[in-house]
Design a protein around this ligand. Sequence first.
Ligand code: SF4
Length: 334
Amino acid sequence: MFQEDLLRWYQENARKLVFRQKKEAYSIWVSEIMAQQTRIEAMLPYYERFMARYPDLNSLAQAHEDDLVKIWQGLGYYNRVKNMKKCAAYCVENYHGQFPQTKKELSKLPGIGDYTAGAIASIAFDEKVSAVDGNVIRVFSRLYHITEDVSQTKIKKQITELVDASLADPISDYNQALMELGALVCIPKNPRCDICPIRKDCQSLLCGDAHALPVSAKKKPRRIEEPMFYIWIYQDKIHLKKRPSQGLLAGLFGFDENMPQQVEEKRVLEPYTHIFSHVEWHMKGMVCFVKEGNEDFYSLDEIHEKISIPSAFQPFLKQAEKIIEEREKCQKSL
Ligand code: SF4
């Protein structure tokens, strides 16, 4: 069986990642949520900053939502960090500021799904349970040559049963070894079968179609939207407003979608496309200099230091900054 080979390979090849240094539920949880949306190497600076600011569930439970969103800026999927705060508050209230120690209890917490619950329970608490994510599905669909559509519930269930039946000790290393194999060797496009520690047990390698697995039904095409944003500027300050509490970028700062009534000067901005998981925004924008401002207008320093602007709006923000700078220079030279 492949488990011994896999564990040996993991001992010799695992990346020395900071959150693997100690088996601690909080750091594993933070790293797992961050890793769902970005590559491990890219997320490390975010992880360090987050842990320095919120080192445990108690500090996270008390975090101000705007500060949390600011520290998460660049990672996207802001609902995840909002759910983390809810989860932390729940643990403080119900579990004395600690995580429960079983996959079953963990998966009942806000924002924690089956995979994350399995990862925390097995890595931090040595519970012998699986943690099946996309990487593990890919490895197992190739290892067992599963040629059916893995997005079907029954096929996912079948793979989870295979993973459950394969669990080996130490479980913490075994689950991490599967994740590491999926991340470094059994990669999506060109699996590195020549250096794979479990190649002699791999059925799709024998069949010669590893690169074609897993089979997954084509995703629905993204919905196209064409929003228009108006960047109101008063003196050198920009108007920002919180977006509605439902929908894309819910509750985050953004620009206005209506034109101000009295405009001194307008400039059309370069359009661009921002891609969300299910929607594409083909964005148009216009800077509007207005005659009156209020407390919802922010200086560029305030925006950079305190306010999180979602990446969807960053290109317009940069263009607006440039226009403000040019206008200032022009006024000085008059
Ligand atoms: S031999 Fe290739 S396809 Fe099979 S598990 Fe290893 S990397 Fe994946």
